[in-house]
Design a protein around this ligand. Structure first.
Ligand SMILES: Nc1ncnc2c1ncn2[C@@H]1O[C@H](COP(=O)(O)OP(=O)(O)OP(=O)(O)O)[C@@H](O)[C@H]1O
Length: 353
């Protein structure tokens, strides 16, 4: 497996710029999730890396070799890249074994042991080998597609929203099996997704693409806890944004005095908390009115209105929930992340279970 380096890649379709100088480095043996809203250019970048499309400017390097952007591009079939599309893309006339064997070098295609070990790698029972793709669930089809992509031991694996067609119950199992297989083979991989939770739980690093450039590239915890700006913060999870005055690393806010998680000059500041940092009680403390409660089973999202009229969300254990209209006290745990007051208040992210 090889490292991938994308440097200054730009791409327009007609007069519409899609990528405006993207830099991305994926170290050998790691998985990077490419996360961004619909239409931000994720698939375009993936296609350029794969060799299905050429950049207008910039380079793509694979294992230290420039494959696009300098001289004649290396054709897709010579890049040694495995591709897993949104929906399996399996050959319907071939069995599972036939599909996986198709990915193997010609001399190994009859090696049943090899096919069986690839199926095992992606968590599939060897008994499925003689089935046709239409006799598999969506999740099983995606695993076969990954086994086929890994069979030729590619330098890089690209996965384009591989779980998007699966329902919630299959999605999690399939995601885990795919991550395990990528780790077991030491694969270098890029996974395109617009699902924040999927990006954060799957990848070693997450690249947030916005407006044709990389807004932030960081490991999942840093991205969630210490995002570069409030837009990124709201894109990777629900954000609670408050204004206040910083003095000596603390902020007086509507939710009481908050401790800042990073240095910030004294003065007006806008701070970020996450809904799971808000604790509700009947006791003393800053007050809020419950506007709505979404119960998810494992936990619940409680929408609150603060005295200023600002709405914020709390994620709380699903046990003892206050009814809509109730007045509650709110306590905050952990630290708040400061941003300049000029930072726009991000649009609320859709609530997820
Ligand atoms: N072949 C093309 N010709 C013209 N415009 C294109 C072409 N391919 C993509 N686009 C445009 O480029 C933009 C980025 O598309 P792209 O498919 O890369 O986005 P995406 O982030 O993968 O979106 P999604 O999450 O919806 O799949 C979109 O506005 C799209 O309409």
């Amino acid at each position: 497996m090889s490292a991938l380096s994308v440097t200054g890649v730009t791409k327009s379709y007609g007069r519409t710029p899609v990528l405006a100088g993207v830099d991305l480095h994926v170290p050998t043996g790691t998985t990077t999730a490419l996360l961004g809203p619909s239409g931000c250019g994720k698939t375009t970048l993936l296609r350029i890396v794969a060799g299905f499309d050429d950049p207008d400017a910039g380079t793509v390097e694979l294992g230290g070799r420039v494959v696009a952007g300098a001289g004649r591009p290396v054709p897709a079939r010579r890049r040694g890249i495995g591709f897993v599309p949104q929906e399996g893309g399996l050959f319907p006339h071939l069995t599972v074994a036939g599909n996986v064997a198709f990915g193997l070098p010609r001399r190994l295609r009859r090696d049943r042991g090899r096919v069986a070990s690839l199926l095992e790698l992606v968590g599939l029972d060897a008994a499925l080998a003689e089935r046709s793709p239409h006799q598999l669930s969506g999740g099983q089809q995606q695993r076969v597609a990954l086994a086929r992509a890994l069979a030729p031991e590619p330098s890089l694996v690209l996965l384009d929203e591989p779980f998007s067609s699966l329902d919630a119950s299959l999605r999690e199992d399939t995601r885990r099996a795919v991550v395990a297989a990528l780790r077991a083979t030491g694969a270098t991989a890029v996974l395109v997704t617009h699902d924040q939770a999927e990006a954060l739980s799957t990848a070693d690093q997450v690249a947030v693409l916005r407006g044709g450039v990389l807004a932030q590239l960081a490991d999942p915890r840093t991205l969630y806890r210490d995002p570069r700006d409030l837009d990124v913060a709201a894109f990777v999870g629900e954000a609670v944004v408050l204004d206040g005055d910083a003095v000596g690393g603390r902020v007086a806010s509507e939710l009481g005095e908050l401790v800042l998680g990073r240095e910030c000059p004294d003065g007006p500041v806008r701070v970020l908390l996450r809904p799971e940092q808000l604790r509700l009680s009947a006791g003393p403390g800053p007050r809020a009115r419950v506007c709505a409660v979404d119960f998810y089973g494992h936990d619940a999202r409680v929408e609150l209105e603060l005295p200023s009229g600002r709405r914020v969300s709390a994620r709380t254990e699903g046990g003892d929930l206050p009814p809509a209209g109730a007045e509650v006290a709110v306590a905050v745990s952990g630290t708040a992340v400061p941003f300049p007051t000029g930072a726009p208040t991000p649009a609320p992210a859709p609530a997820t279970a």
